[in-house]
Design a protein around this ligand. Structure first.
Ligand SMILES: [Zn+2]
Ligand SMILES: [Zn+2]
Length: 68
């Protein structure tokens, strides 16, 4: 097992934290307008999800474990 190099925390702290580096654990796109749209369309499946983790908030490389 090695520390995942694709986690959000890898770049900040030097160790895998299992957080998606694309959305930084938010599961969204990081766009405030998208977040607002999600709030309005709360019952819709058309919410704007992070394209990398698909809204799971986990690093897809290590599946949220922080290690590969
Ligand atoms: Zn990772
Ligand atoms: Zn993500």
């Amino acid at each position: 097992m090695a520390k995942c190099t694709d986690c959000d925390g890898t770049r900040v702290f030097g160790g895998g934290d299992g957080v998606c580096s694309e959305c930084h654990g938010t599961g969204g796109t990081g766009n405030p307008l998208d977040a607002l749209a999600d709030a309005i369309n709360i019952l819709s499946d058309e919410s704007t999800k992070c394209h990398k983790c698909n809204g799971s908030r986990k690093c897809t490389t290590c599946n949220g474990t922080g290690e590969t």
